[in-house]
Design a protein around this ligand. Structure first.
Ligand SMILES: [Zn+2]
Length: 475
């Protein structure tokens, strides 16, 4: 039988508000353990939580960015369970009345068609403490760090609209891009400020059934999300083929072994309305004020980049995927350079170089002015592409000006006709049999001879001029 996967994602995002959700402790979980704590976030009996307005407004921004409807009234519940990372015995979360409902993001499907992924709702909740498992001598012990306890989270619960690992990865990417634009969250899977739980079930192809699902946790990269979902689809298919029933439980993705392993039966504790946190009432005026703070979002910006700068759809989408990159593109485009050239260099040269350094642009020495300087030198044929590629990393890593680097590095392009002609003669003399080949009709040899000539010029020949001269000499 052919099966179809039904995938829904529950995504926790840590908001980057200055304080925790219900107290004034700094929202910096990475600090030295148990530094950022008070009676409220140690969950002492009797300490009264007070909702942070900043965290709430950042949550609202996130909801609006994901096209959700903010509810006029929402409130907190106590989600009851006991675990060492939650000693008070319940987590403040919004179960009955979430902050927002009915959102969506668009993704590009495998068939290159836009596909709308619906969001069921978004609710706010407090994070739990962090457990550190260590050993003391030969005794395993567990330490509790409360820095993260009470950190502001939103949980984004999708509809089960995804059908493949591709859909799941694209959904996380789209959602992350939207949220980062708002400035309300960093959304790093690696740092744990965005955590993905996937619910995966199978059904016979073409049916509308929703079968028992299995939850997978612990994916700390987008790639891992795709791999874990793919693994789970194969695992469940084999179970069904063997006639084994699927039971509701949670599995952990093991990135080393690349398998999911059973963790525990899924436990759902009761949720009871919390009496201490005031309910949230959002007036139209307040909603309007928050909406005003929403920046131009990636989809609108993509359209604008196509009309304003003449970029193709894919180029524009690449330039607007991250807000800082789109700002950088626009800053460079202020200089007199072809926008498509700028976009091409950003995508193919700058982005890989940044990824290699694991840095954002603002954490390097590269400015729009210096990048424009490099591209101008390239455009005016002062240097060739090869030289520009070599200069770019230096612009990222140190402060020397483009001028200095070009002078010091001896990158000047060889464009002088007499010099280039001499170069061509030398290469042809060195490869007589290849010249013969070319003359007897093997056109591919031209590429080889070009390569030899570029090499002989140590990459400095003006490739356009060189090719003209070489072709001329051979014909
Ligand atoms: Zn606190």
């Amino acid at each position: 039988m052919k099966y179809e996967a039904v995938i829904g994602l529950e995504i926790h995002v840590q908001l980057n508000s200055a304080t925790k959700l219900f107290c004034d402790c700094p929202n910096r979980p990475g600090d030295e353990p148990n530094r950022n704590i008070c009676p409220v976030c140690l969950w002492m009996p009797g300490a009264l939580p007070q909702l942070s307005r900043e965290a709430l407004e950042k949550a609202m921004l996130a909801c609006l960015a994901l096209n959700c409807t903010i509810q006029p009234e929402s409130s907190f519940d106590q989600k009851v369970y006991y675990y060492p990372d939650l000693p008070k015995g319940y987590q403040l979360s919004q179960h009955h009345k979430p902050l927002a409902r009915n959102g969506w993001v668009d993704i590009m499907g495998l068939d290159n068609q836009l596909k709308r992924m619906r969001i069921h709702h978004i609710h706010m909740e407090e994070d739990v403490a962090k457990l550190l498992h260590e050993t003391e001598g030969r005794t395993p012990i567990t330490l509790v760090d409360f820095n993260r306890a009470g950190a502001p989270l939103i949980e984004i619960v999708s509809e089960p609209d995804m059908r493949s690992p591709h859909d799941a990865m694209e959904y996380v990417k789209a959602l992350r891009a939207q949220l980062r634009y708002t400035g309300a969250a960093e959304c790093s899977l690696e740092q744990g400020t965005l955590r993905v739980d996937a619910n995966v079930s199978l059904r016979p192809w073409g049916s509308d059934l929703l079968n028992t699902k299995v939850e997978i946790k612990n994916m700390n990269s987008i790639r891992n999300v795709g791999d874990a979902v793919a693994y789970e689809i194969v695992r469940q298919t084999r179970c069904l083929e063997r006639g084994e029933p699927i039971v509701l439980h949670t599995r952990l993705w093991d990135p080393e072994k690349r398998v999911t392993t059973a963790m525990r039966g899924k436990f759902e504790g009761p949720c009871v309305p919390d009496p201490s946190v005031a309910r949230i009432v959002v007036t139209d005026a307040w909603l309007h004020a928050v909406r005003e703070r929403l920046p131009e979002m990636p989809a609108q910006k993509t359209d604008r980049f196509m009309t304003t700068y003449g970029l193709a759809c894919e180029e524009a989408a690449a330039m607007t995927a991250e807000r800082d990159l789109s700002d950088f593109f626009e800053a460079v485009a202020q200089y007199d350079l072809p926008p498509r050239k700028i976009a091409g260099w950003i995508s193919t040269q700058l982005v890989p170089a940044l990824r290699e350094r694991n840095r954002n642009i603002d954490r390097t020495h590269l400015t729009a002015q210096r990048f424009a300087g490099l591209l101008t030198a390239l455009e005016s044929d002062r240097i060739n592409t090869q030289a520009a590629r070599e200069v770019l990393p230096r612009l990222l890593d140190n402060e020397a000006s483009v001028e200095e680097l070009l002078e010091k590095g001896d990158f000047g392009q060889l464009s002088d006709t007499a010099d280039l002609k001499a170069l061509v003669e030398r290469v042809l003399a060195d490869h007589p049999s290849d010249v013969q080949d070319f003359r007897s009709g093997n056109a591919k040899v031209l590429g080889f001879l070009m390569g030899q000539a570029m090499k002989a010029s140590r990459g400095k020949a003006n490739p356009k001029r060189l090719k003209e001269l070489l072709t001329e000499r051979l014909s």
